[in-house]
Design a protein around this ligand. Structure first.
Ligand code: TYD
Ligand code: MG
Length: 462
């Protein structure tokens, strides 16, 4: 075998260097030089070494992947119907959010349904996992449990047990491969261990669930580099101070992304929440200025949440703006639009925005509800208790159409709301939205119209 030929390529500008250097001499970037193998053409332009790959046509037998439903409906929906054999799923989230609990509950359900399930814990001892199982009332489930961290040992055990339907690795940060010198949890280890485990899953056709810890800024090594290697990435999020937990698919090769599952952490494990809107609105108190209900959409599912705004005078200094559960940049933009296009003066006011219940809202459709909460807080006039809001706000203050108005309205009607403030095009356009009976639609064409409804003369300077 001839020695493999390598070269050093800058990942920033593509320049080729003769040896590794810390700084690219062409573009001046630091730490961009990476060693790459060189594929040399052989005599007469032929590539040396390597067999030709068989290409097939796009048609063929597209058999849908056989799935193993876990029986936890909220989890199955996020997975796109259940676990797919030969696939790898990464379940990421902050430490202590409930990843081990969720996977142990899913493992027990599958095992009770007669599937083979192996649970490998690298974080907790066998006794600790047993204690958790007892607390969850799952001690009798025939899950096969082991405490191990060495991927070579795990691989040897898995090769002998190829029929395992689900293998849970808790967590990938504790796994360790002796071929790599760095410590467990480092990017190199996490990547190498995952690569090995995923290869085994594909070869043995079992479903692999990898648990991964991630901090708020994704700083902890691991999950970010893993996202490219696995077939599905689910993030388990929520505030530890709240009992709600949201499982969100951010990548799924076998289903839709943006789908969410909602759980509630109880004294005996995670309980499914079939009707999240009712839960998110449970603690809402009517007739309070600064609160508006947003008819949102998470994946295919309509979810109603309460948006709360609080304004506090701050005559001197620079005013504070803080948003929990919503994008701070979007809040700044909306405040600028309200000020410039609707004359709402908030420049000497601290603004706090909160999405009640711990949900994180990513939809621009929430703009109108946020604007309503802010206008309501500014005028000290409550929004009407039976009204939901949705619509995107543009930079000129126009309220723009959003997707799936009908689903939002249906959910609102189901929860007893009798009116909706929504973009004009939705209410009047050529394709008239089929609003449920008794639902009153109020068209809002511009945020100035919205602000004008809250008759707060003290804040309107235009
Ligand atoms: P855990 O699943 O260990 O989190 P992770 O694996 O993501 O680190 O969950 C830990 C938290 O959940 C812990 O603070 C205790 C709480 N918990 C309950 O409230 N009820 C329960 O039944 C269980 C098992 C845990
Ligand atoms: Mg855990």
């Amino acid at each position: 075998m001839p020695k493999p030929v390598v070269r050093f390529v800058c990942q920033s500008c593509g320049a080729i260097a003769a040896k590794w250097v810390g700084r690219c001499e062409t573009c001046g970037e630091w730490n961009t030089i990476v060693e790459e193998p060189v594929v040399r053409p052989g005599p007469a332009g032929k590539v040396l070494g390597g067999r030709s790959v068989a290409f097939v046509d796009l048609a063929g037998s597209p058999a849908p992947p056989a799935r193993a439903a876990t029986g936890i409906a909220e989890l199955d929906r996020v997975l796109g119907g259940g676990l797919v054999p030969g696939s790898a799923v990464l379940v990421g989230g902050d430490p202590g959010i409930g990843k081990s609990t969720l996977l142990l509950q899913a493992a027990a359900r599958l095992a009770n349904a007669g599937r083979r399930v192996l649970y490998v814990s690298g974080e907790e001892s066998v006794d600790q996992v047993r204690l958790r199982a007892r607390r969850l009332g799952l001690a009798d489930a025939p899950v096969e449990l082991a405490a191990a961290v060495n991927v070579r040992d795990i691989a040897a055990s898995l090769e002998a047990t190829r029929d395992g339907v689900l293998v849970v690795i808790d967590s990938i940060q504790t796994m360790w491969l002796d071929a790599i010198e760095s410590a467990p949890g480092t990017v190199g280890q996490v990547r190498a261990c995952s690569f090995e485990l995923i290869r085994l899953a594909k070869a043995g056709s079992f479903a692999l669930a990898l648990i991964g810890h991630v901090t708020k800024d994704g700083a902890l090594a691991g999950p970010r580099v893993l996202e490219h290697m696995v077939d599905a990435v689910l993030y388990f999020e929520g505030d530890r101070g709240h009992q709600f937990r949201i499982l969100r698919a951010v990548k799924n090769r076998f289903g839709a992304t943006d789908e969410i599952g909602v759980f509630e952490m109880t004294g005996h494990g995670l309980a499914e929440v079939a009707n999240p809107s009712a839960l998110f609105l449970a603690e809402r108190r009517g007739n309070i200025a600064g609160s508006a209900v947003f008819a949102g959409l998470e994946g295919t599912r309509p979810v109603l949440v309460e948006i709360q705004a609080l304004l506090a005078p701050n005559p001197g200094g620079s005013p504070r703006r803080a948003a929990i559960g919503w994008d701070a940049g979007r809040l700044a933009m909306l405040l600028a639009v309200l000020e410039t296009r609707a004359g709402l003066r908030l420049n000497a006011t601290d603004v706090y925005l909160n999405v009640a219940g711990g949900l994180r809202v990513n939809e621009p459709a929430a703009d109108l509800a946020v604007a309503a909460a802010l206008a309501s807080a500014a005028s000290n006039q409550p929004t009407s208790a039976g009204t939901v809001y949705f619509g995107e706000v543009g930079l000129s203050g126009e309220v723009r159409q959003v997707a799936q108005a009908e689903a939002r309205l249906k959910e609102a009607a189901k929860l007893g709301f009798d009116s909706a403030a929504l973009p004009r095009r939705v209410a009047r356009g050529s394709r008239v939205v089929l609003a449920p009976d008794r639902m009153r639609l109020e068209e809002i064409g511009h945020v100035a119209d919205l602000v004008a409804r809250f008759a707060g003369d003290q804040v309107r300077n235009t």
